[in-house]
Ligand binder design. Structure first.
Ligand SMILES: [Zn+2]
Length: 322
């Protein structure tokens, strides 16, 4: 596809090249919400295309568009970041970093993937990053300064000072939807509830026993093992997420949402290209209902609009894999 773009640019067909690149960006960005990052290549091409056509406003917006995505590590994002600093030199660097980080946050909120806190080894700023299921180490770009980092989740979480006492107590922000059981478990300290690690997993287990009355049984059966092993394997992340304000109940449905999306897009539950088998149909039902539940629990993050978008992404991906 890149070759095609190059050919178009060479022969002066700028508008066709622009259109093609914009389609590539869109796909890249949808995919990044599941696998953790966009590649800089197509953005660089579009940025230089707009430079060539003297469409400076569009060029600058493409620079920002890249910077507010989750990004893979590498030297190139930093180059685009430097262009950004130059293009908006009337602002200070820290203002510019805040601007892209805000855009980035609202972007990654659209992702059903778990998010973890990581500290940049270069600028020292703490940011939220996508952690696709099953990944222990990620290379990522700092969402503020664009320097490359390697995040080893467990190490980073253990070395995080604010979490030093989290074996006994974990901070858990009051959510408007907490149920009575959670109220009982958390002793309220100045608007913030404290819930122990043990109690988080007690609540998670009690949520799991309720799942078969809510979800399609075939779909649930297909993910049961993975659900249990994910909860076991991602203990630290779950604690961190609860620390960041998600309720244990939410965590269960977020993980279910993640796993079903992964399974549906993997092609393992397809009869042939684009068609799901019976377990696959069950998975799709579970996936859709997990979003209903997340909307019920947190309508601000999981807006109807976001859910509609995400459902379409997964349905489209079912059509292309298999
Ligand atoms: Zn940084």
């Amino acid at each position: 596809m890149f070759h095609e773009v190059d050919e178009l640019i060479k022969s002066g067909k700028y508008q066709t090249a622009e259109k093609l690149l914009l389609t590539i960006l869109q796909k890249e960005e949808e995919k990044a919400l599941y696998d953790g990052g966009v590649a800089p290549g197509p953005y660089e091409k579009l940025i230089s295309l707009y430079w060539k056509t003297r469409e400076i406003d569009k060029r600058n917006r493409t620079i920002v568009r890249f910077l507010i995505q989750p990004k893979y590590r590498g030297a190139r994002p930093r180059k685009i970041y430097e262009k950004y600093l130059k293009a908006f030199k009337e602002y200070s660097e820290s203002e510019l970093q805040e601007m892209i980080y805000t855009g980035y946050l609202s972007n990654i909120q659209k992702s059903p993937v778990l998010k973890v806190k990581l500290t940049c080894s270069s600028c020292g700023k703490i940011g939220l990053y996508l952690r696709p299921t099953g990944i222990e180490i990620i290379g990522y770009c700092c969402a503020y300064c664009c320097e490359s980092n390697v995040g080893v989740f467990d190490e980073i979480q253990v070395s995080n000072d604010s979490l030093s006492s989290y074996d006994d107590n974990v901070v858990y922000r009051d959510s408007t939807n907490k149920n009575d059981q959670e109220k009982k478990l958390g002793s309220n300290l100045g608007g913030v509830s404290y819930i122990s690690e043990k109690d988080i997993f007690k609540l998670i287990n009690s949520e799991i026993t309720k799942l078969d009355t809510y979800y399609d049984s075939l779909g649930l059966h297909a993910i049961e093992k993975t659900l249990k092993s994910t909860i076991k394997g991602d203990k630290r992340t779950i604690i961190q997420e609860v620390h960041d304000g998600s309720s244990p109940e939410m965590m269960v449905h977020i993980i279910i949402n993640n796993i079903t999306a992964d399974f549906l897009e993997s092609g393992r539950f397809h009869i042939y290209r684009g068609a799901l088998n019976i377990a696959g149909e069950g998975l799709l039902k579970v996936f859709i209902k997990s979003y209903d539940k997340l909307h019920e629990l947190d309508p601000i993050t999981y807006t109807k609009e976001l859910i509609k978008d995400q459902n379409e992404v997964v349905k489209r991906n079912i059509k292309v894999v298999g």
